[in-house]
Design a protein around this ligand. Structure first.
Ligand SMILES: [Zn+2]
Length: 299
């Protein structure tokens, strides 16, 4: 064996695509301990180069930390996933086009969302005229079976057609617990008959909607994040936006109490847009509204 085969590498020529078609990164040190002393130890089944650190003796692959880490998807499948995400296609369509299961397609899309979030981050500071608004999107609980999530967090049953007997059976041991600690909630869980919301856009007090808090300024800095289930409280809005809006900024929003709380505490200039008028002289919520309408959320 030649001496160079296990030579310590201080850098590896960056190549964008490896032989299997999987995008690769340029590994420059051990991803675990930062050591420059590591060697190649073959490839993974998907074709990515594996390395072994000579100091911490842990192994890692060349796509560590990249969106392609821990996947066997090929380049064309990733391209398809990105194309389909931009075109807002359904997970089912994406799965079919990628030739993978819906679960894989969903995971792939979540990775893309996460990467976008990592790239743009929430570090923007808003310095100019900043429009803020919340958009309500229905939350999908389809397939969610975690009982404590429904009972403790949402304070309701999953939306099944359950008889009272079924509901008591579903509660199981929690029945006695709730009987002692939250009898009001127990009564609501067993006797509540409302199954659906009134209308698609009604905001559900029992947390059927998530509020996606959005801010955009004239330089196109964007903050967008699911903030609360149901209507956000003043503190929710304050916690999310307080350190992002500079004292020079002008906040443009509707008259919701949560925005008034934010501007009062941070001493910001505030332009309130009457929701029936839509504009207030030169100010409006047009940018934030247009951002909302350009997005389709998969919450
Ligand atoms: Zn190491």
């Amino acid at each position: 064996m030649s001496a160079t085969s296990s030579t310590v590498r201080t850098s590896i020529k960056p190549r964008t695509i490896c032989s299997s078609g999987v995008p690769r990164s340029s590994i420059e040190c051990c991803v675990h301990c930062g050591s420059l002393s590591y060697k190649k130890i073959g490839r993974t089944s998907s074709g990515a180069q594996r390395f072994l650190c000579k100091d911490c003796h842990k192994s890692f692959t060349e796509n560590y930390g990249l969106i392609t880490h821990h996947t066997r998807l090929l380049e064309w499948q990733w391209k398809e996933a990105i194309r389909s995400t931009i075109n807002v296609e359904s997970i089912t369509t994406l799965a079919k086009n990628m030739n993978v299961s819906t679960k894989t397609a969903w995971l792939c899309r979540m990775k893309i969302y996460q990467s976008i979030k990592n790239i743009y981050g929430y570090n923007d500071t808003f310095n100019s005229i900043t429009e803020v608004d919340g958009k309500y999107e229905r939350i999908s609980f389809k397939g969610l079976k975690d009982k404590s999530y429904f009972l403790d967090r949402l304070n309701r049953m999953p939306r099944h057609h359950r008889s009272r007997e079924d509901r008591i059976k579903y509660l199981g041991d929690d029945y006695n617990k709730l009987f002692c600690t939250k009898p009001g909630l127990l009564k609501h869980l067993i006797y509540d008959t409302s199954k659906r919301l009134n209308g698609k856009y009604a905001i559900d007090v029992s947390h059927q909607h998530v509020c996606i808090l959005t801010a955009i300024d004239r330089s196109n800095n964007i903050f967008i994040a699911p903030s609360t289930a149901g209507v956000p409280k003043s503190k929710d809005v304050y916690d999310r936006l307080s350190n992002k809006i500079s004292s020079d900024a002008v906040l443009v929003s509707d008259n919701h109490a949560s925005y008034r709380y934010l501007v009062k505490r941070d001493n910001l200039e505030h332009i309130v847009i009457d929701t029936t008028l839509h504009t207030n002289s030169t100010f409006s919520l047009a940018r934030v509204n247009s951002l909302h309408s350009s997005l389709v959320f998969n919450v």
